[in-house]
Design a protein. Sequence first.
Length: 303
Amino acid sequence: MSVFMGNAYQNQMFFKLEDLTYKTKDLNDWDLAFDNITNDFKIVTNYGRNIFVARTDVLNRNELANINPSKISLKQWLYDFPNGSIDSNAFGDWTRIYNNKMPYHIIDMGRNLALSQRYYFVKVLEADEAHYKIEFGKMSESDSFQVLNIPRYKARNYTYLNLRNGQVISDFEPLKEDWDFVFTRYRFIFYIDPNPTEPFPYLVTGCLLNPHNVAVAVDTTTGFEQIDYLLCKQLSFTKNQDIIGYAWKSFDYTVSFSYSINPKTVFIVKNNKGDYYKIRFLDFYNDNRQSGYPKFEVQKIEH
């Protein structure tokens, strides 16, 4: 089957292998997502847009006026790594870092925006099993702010927030039991010349796993048809969210200037019911050679 990620890769498509269905959302509709499940109270930035986070030591909102976001050094701007680990997250393990007393964080909403629209501030005032209570607003209007309660819906991994309009979106993603991975644009961290030791965040398109009990193994030698249940029981699975990622396709910058697919790479997905599915990608174009149309083959692996 094939799906369409949008002309600007703006579609987030939450895919369920069991019945080969998906739900499509616009990644431009949210800025932050708040973890509903764990005791880490993880906060995720929108991985499909150029959002960055800077931590401050400011606890009093009146002191925000003393911060000029445009003067914050590049090294202070943080971002989420795509593996999903809280240790690689812009907000980090904030309940332990700050002993539950979060200082204000500055959000860079996009480096092409006007200054008046670009910077927001966010602070978590409370977080418990039932809700988050946050304070947020524009840095350009730091004397104006909103306080918002964000319920924790345990049936879904995250509750989403649009900082620009203050909208809480409880049903942006499907129920945590009802999807396996999401086709999306997201940020990957490269290390390239001329500074191979410096991280270079760049937007790519691919798949990220549902963090709720979905795992993947990768096979590049057996062949799609030969992968069976006995082999699956011997494979090593990981829950790293970017294990499928973007690298099932590669771009030729020298001759064709187009994407190609390696059909020998097979992903074996173990869903939250313990069933196995094998997937191989076939193309990234439609019949008119327009990109953004992942085409792939799926087969359930029977016992």
